[in-house]
Design a protein. Structure first.
Length: 455
């Protein structure tokens, strides 16, 4: 019922109720409801959009419509902060290396230290790409020739039978989540109904306290090398696994530094880290067991989920990625992040991916097909994977503007999101700390609204 209809009904109830107490009471209630709705609408309209704490004098000089950005920020504020769904957020938009605007909402600001979780994977991929370029390492190189503790012969478990893998695990498989690894990060990533027997055994063992954790990255990789694969390397996309840890070990073997040291000295460039890069992977006991989701007592940095970062430094990183002639990364490395190498990330290539159209990726509340075995987060419509990130190749399939084509992006478990569009020299981020990244369509909204603000 519209407000106009509600008002009309209320007036009729008051008039008709002049001789009937019940109708009079109904009329008073309807009028009270109408006044309350009208007052709420007026206050919403009068509430000023959050103002940027950093901004260029005129976003229009950089081809960005400031009014559209203000509408986007107001929408975020109303949907997520004022509604109580999130404590706060930091939003930033960058173009051509220049900060167009930074907005601090709720309890978070530029000095807030954010746990990046899976965005760490992008930094690890960048480190690996740097090493591969400097050492002239091909993506077809067998992983066993680069990581001493990784076995040459691997085995695939299919319907309870172990068979030697026909395909060699190569470096590209590690960058693209196509290695077939049985470490799937648990329910935080893929529903239990989709787990293969090898995955279920491992996670049930962790829950039962039967699996001891590794003392360092080398030991972790060696332990993973003894586990069966769930499919032949290269045959499917399945988010998760030990691929990024293998890339980190290659960086360590080639550079003589730990992956954390290498990141601080090389991959993070001039951006100072104001908090230690230490944490626990979101796989294993961190999610499925009794340990805290984030455990700073861990002795080694996890290269797929362990980075923490002040908001201001993350924005500086986006500036470096969009500034012509980036001082941190060479053109080849950045081009590899923006160049898709896999087939489309939907079934059958994406393992057990449900067909959910019109979404960047499914979120909580989306209607999914009624099948037991499905992995919603493997369904990334209109996208393909590069050597480290997801690339939008068909914006229409994800209900995004045409100018979003070529954008690469990723996200973290605690609702940290970002994208970079090399063609537009554009980047943006939305940083919060709400579990999980699949709770709300924030990245989709960020991509859509920022691109719609371009002039």
């Amino acid at each position: 019922v519209s407000q106009e209809e509600l008002h009309g009904l209320a007036m009729k109830a008051v008039i008709l109720g002049s001789g009937t107490c019940a109708l009079a009471c109904l009329g008073e209630r309807l009028l009270s409801r109408f006044r309350s709705q009208a007052e709420g609408k007026r206050m919403s309209q009068e509430r000023a959009a959050p103002q940027p704490t950093q901004a260029v004098a005129s976003p229009e000089d950089y081809g960005v419509d400031s009014a559209r950005l203000s509408e986007m920020i107001s929408g975020f504020q109303e949907r997520y902060i004022d509604s109580g769904r999130m404590r706060g957020a930091l939003v930033a938009v960058v173009r051509r290396g220049q900060i167009i605007g930074v907005w601090e909402m709720g309890g978070y600001n530029s000095e807030t230290v954010f746990k990046l979780y899976s965005i760490t994977k992008v930094f690890t991929a960048l480190a690996g790409l740097q090493i591969c370029e400097e050492e002239n390492i091909s993506m077809d190189t067998p992983v066993s020739s680069l990581v001493p503790e990784w076995p040459k012969d691997l085995y695939v478990e299919d319907q309870g039978k172990l068979e030697k893998a026909k395909e060699t695990l190569r470096l590209q498989h590690c960058f693209t989540h196509t290695g077939g690894f049985s470490n799937n990060y648990g329910p935080a990533c893929h529903p239990p109904g989709s787990w293969r027997p090898a995955e279920a055994r491992r996670l049930m063992g962790i829950l039962a306290g039967l699996a001891a954790g590794p003392s360092d990255l080398r030991e972790m990789v060696a332990m993973e090398g003894r586990q069966p694969l769930i499919f032949e390397p290269g045959s499917h996309f399945d988010y998760g696994g030990v691929g990024l840890a293998l890339i980190a070990r290659i960086v360590e073997e080639s550079s003589g530094m730990s992956i954390a040291e290498y990141m601080q000295k090389r991959t993070l460039g001039q951006d100072p880290r104001k908090a230690p890069c230490r944490g626990i992977s979101p796989g294993g006991a961190a999610v499925s067991g009794a340990k805290k989701l984030w455990d700073p007592s861990q002795k080694h940095f996890l290269p797929d989920a362990g980075l923490v970062c002040p908001g201001a430094d993350f924005v500086k990183w986006l500036q470096a990625l969009t500034k012509p002639g980036s001082p941190i990364y060479g053109e080849t490395v950045l081009r590899q992040l923006a160049t898709p190498v896999t087939p489309d990330l939907q079934a059958p290539f994406s393992l057990d991916a449900p067909n959910v159209e019109g979404r960047l990726f499914p979120v909580r509340g989306d209607k999914l097909p009624r099948v037991w075995r499905q992995r919603p987060f493997n369904n990334l419509q209109g996208q393909r994977y590069s050597l480290g990130a997801c690339v939008i190749t068909d914006p229409a399939k994800a209900s995004l503007p045409a100018r979003a084509r070529g954008s690469w992006h990723w996200m973290g478990f605690a609702s940290t999101y970002f994208f970079v569009n090399p063609q537009e020299e554009l980047a943006a981020c939305f940083l919060s700390q709400v579990v999980s990244h699949q709770a709300y369509p924030i990245l989709e909204e960020l991509l859509r609204e920022v691109h719609n603000s371009l002039r």
